[in-house]
Structure formats: C-alpha cells, structure tokens
Ligand binder design. Structure first.
Ligand code: ADP
Length: 182
C-alpha cells in the first residue's frame, strides 16, 4: 500500500486556472498509473456543500469540508488535488495544520484583470455590474498565500507548462512515479 498520500491544495481567483490544470494533471497521473482524487470547488458546491452560499461563514464551512475529505483520503495514501478558490488564509492554514507534511499549497496566480479578460464563466461581467455580489477579487476578499510551496503564474505559462512544473515538484519529492518514457 502506498503511503504517499498528499494534498495538492490549489488556491486562486475564479478563472485563474485551477480546474484546467487539475484536468491536465489528472490525465498525466492516470497515464502513470497513479491513483488520486480531485475535489473541485464547483463540483463540491453541487454535492457535499449543496445549499451553501458565499458569505464568509459559508465559504469557511465549504473549505473546511474540502479539507476534512482531503485529510481522510490523503492520510490513507490517496493523493488529492483540491481546486477551490479558498480565499481565506486562516482556513487554508487550518488545513495545513491538519495535514502537516501532506499539505502542499499551490498558488495559482493570475491578476483580477487577466481573469476578468478570460471571463471563462461570464461571472466577472456580472460581478462588475453588481448582478453577482460577494465575488472574490471584485467585491469580496482574496488573501494571497504568504508561503505557498509552489507558485504557478498562469499569465506567463501555458497550461501544460504549469502542469509540468507541478509534476516536476511531485517527482522531486518522490510523491509520484516518473513519467513512462515512450
Ligand atoms: P478556475 O478553475 O481557477 O476557476 P479555469 O481552469 O476554469 O479556472 O479557467 C482558467 C482559464 O485560463 C482557462 O480558459 C485556461 O485555458 C486559461 N489559462 C491560460 N493559461 C493557463 C495556465 N497556465 N494554466 C491554467 N489555465 C490557463
């Protein structure tokens, strides 16, 4: 049984690239025969956190639930990728404390301007017009990580490059098997 459980904890603005990068990593981990789970913020909010809103209290509850599940899985040897905004430092630090060395904080960085330009889900337009309230980075806080293990700059990198940086980091720490040479 592998005891290589870890949690790759993505944090960053909506549209920064969390889901995109997690999908590329998923393909690569599958190709290497490495088991894992993904806890994507949007999907968790439709299931485990259904009914929660975007007040600070509800956001904290949502992130604590994600941390709880990530801890359960990772301590049993299943690597986890979490892809939720997780805007508050205090709750991320709680997750770090819970998981210790298994917790790898990854700041998926893109500026509000870049995310608004991408506007993948059309949410920034609604946030700027006031149609959506409490939108992270526009009308709600985002607290940057102070000491993340990895910083990914999606305004400067292609998604595949960002994923490659993370794979190299995990390989370096011997948490995943190396790529199979073709
Ligand atoms: P999030 O999950 O953080 O809300 P998404 O992954 O849904 O963000 O959207 C990110 C957008 O940014 C996508 O349209 C993606 O193609 C683009 N993008 C540009 N560069 C990168 C990169 N290096 N990594 C990830 N996404 C990127």
């Amino acid at each position: 049984m592998s005891d290589n459980g870890f949690t790759l904890w993505f944090t960053g603005l909506s549209g920064a690239g969390k889901t995109t990068i997690s999908h590329i990593l998923a393909d690569e981990l599958n190709a290497r025969g490495q088991k894992f789970e993904i806890l994507d913020g949007d999907i968790v909010r439709e299931n485990l956190s259904k009914g929660l809103g975007f007040s600070k209290e509800d956001r904290d509850t949502n992130i604590r639930r994600i941390a709880f599940v990530a801890d359960l899985l990772s301590r049993n040897g299943t690597p986890v990728i979490t892809a939720a905004i997780s805007p508050y430092r205090e709750i991320r630090d709680e997750a770090r404390e819970m998981m210790g060395d298994r917790f790898i904080e990854v700041y998926i960085h893109a500026s509000v301007d870049a995310c608004a330009e991408r506007d993948v889900k059309g949410l920034y337009a609604k946030a700027f017009s006031g149609e959506i309230k409490e939108f992270t980075g526009v009308s709600d806080p985002y607290e940057e990580p102070l000491n993340p293990e990895v910083v990914i700059k999606t305004e400067e990198e292609e998604p595949e490059e960002s994923a490659a940086i993370l794979l190299a980091y995990l390989e370096e720490r011997e948490l995943i098997p190396a790529a199979v040479k073709s």
